[in-house]
Write a protein that binds this ligand. Structure first.
Ligand SMILES: Nc1ncnc2c1ncn2[C@@H]1O[C@H](COP(=O)(O)OP(=O)(O)O)[C@@H](O)[C@H]1O
Ligand SMILES: [Mg+2]
Length: 267
């Protein structure tokens, strides 16, 4: 368990690349909140979530600062990764230690003093909800795919680390069932910020941060019209996910699969 109960994280503004102040006063994130970050490549999305990960105190290129529970974080929270209430998972996150999945999780559990076997089983099972390529606990961490690694690390942050804040940087392209991940994170009342180029993901969050020139230019809250489109877009997305899995499994795509599944897409 975290030593300090997390109630809120606050982001205070910095400046854009030209030194102009950003377009918000403060952004506050509480357990269960979901926020997406959108913007073109180079607009500062990764810098934004890295500021959160390092608990910036006007000491990064953006000049932002982060408060935890309304105050600057204590020194030991900044220095000791075990005390940090934040997990950052990116496209490049790999575990390079030559361990099996089981051993990797067991070491993490031991550090947290929990009953190992059952928790390993539950964590691997949860990870397998997120990925189409099934993970077995005897596989080696260095041999599992990027999508499997990210699925496992998200499951690990939920079940074992019990991390209250998750930051996901463009993890959607890597063979994970993103909608399931988001639903699960909501279910466990996590505060989640993710950088995404995916239309469905950006629409299902409570708020959407828009970035330009290294700065936040607006924080959007979806209106009813957008909410109504989500079911529709979710149908299209489920169709494409299913199609991708079928193609990857070597199936031939017949007219009736298309005819049946295309009914989710109105003319
Ligand atoms: N506010 C800022 N002021 C100065 N440099 C910035 C700022 N925000 C981001 N940068 C720099 O701009 C570059 C691109 O930002 P990055 O966060 O990687 O963009 P994205 O993830 O949107 O592609 C990085 O080198 C980053 O350090
Ligand atoms: Mg980036």
């Amino acid at each position: 368990m975290q030593s300090v109960q997390f109630s809120e994280l606050t982001i205070l503004p910095g400046a854009d690349r030209c030194g102009e102040k950003e377009g918000f006063d403060r952004i506050t994130l509480r357990p269960g909140d979901t926020v997406s970050i959108v913007g073109s490549t180079g607009s500062g999305k990764s810098a934004f979530i890295n500021d959160i990960e390092v608990l910036a105190q006007k000491d990064t290129v953006t000049g932002r600062s982060i408060l935890i529970n309304g105050a600057p974080p204590a020194d030991d929270m900044v220095r000791d990764p075990a005390k940090k209430p934040i997990a950052l998972i990116t496209q490049n996150t790999r575990v390079i230690a030559d361990l099996t999945v089981e051993r990797f999780l067991a070491l993490h559990i031991r550090a947290r003093d929990s009953d190992a076997q059952e928790l390993i089983t539950r964590t691997v099972a949860l990870a397998n909800e997120f990925t189409g390529e099934k993970i077995d606990r005897s596989m080696r961490m260095t041999s599992i795919s990027g999508g499997q690694t990210r699925s496992l690390l998200i499951a690990d942050a939920i079940m074992i680390g019990q991390t209250p804040i998750l930051l996901l940087d463009e993890v959607e392209n890597a063979g994970i069932f993103k909608e399931k991940v988001i639903r699960c994170l909501k279910h466990y009342n996590k505060a989640v910020i993710f950088v995404t180029h995916d239309p469905l993901l950006s629409l299902i969050t409570d708020r959407r941060i828009v970035m330009k020139r290294g700065a936040v230019v607006s924080v959007l809250e979806p209106k009813d019209a957008e909410r109504e489109m989500i079911t529709h877009i979710s149908g299209i997305d489920a169709f494409l996910v299913d199609l991708r899995e079928k193609i990857r499994a070597g199936e031939l795509i017949s007219d009736d699969i298309l005819a049946r599944d295309m009914t989710v897409i109105p003319a």
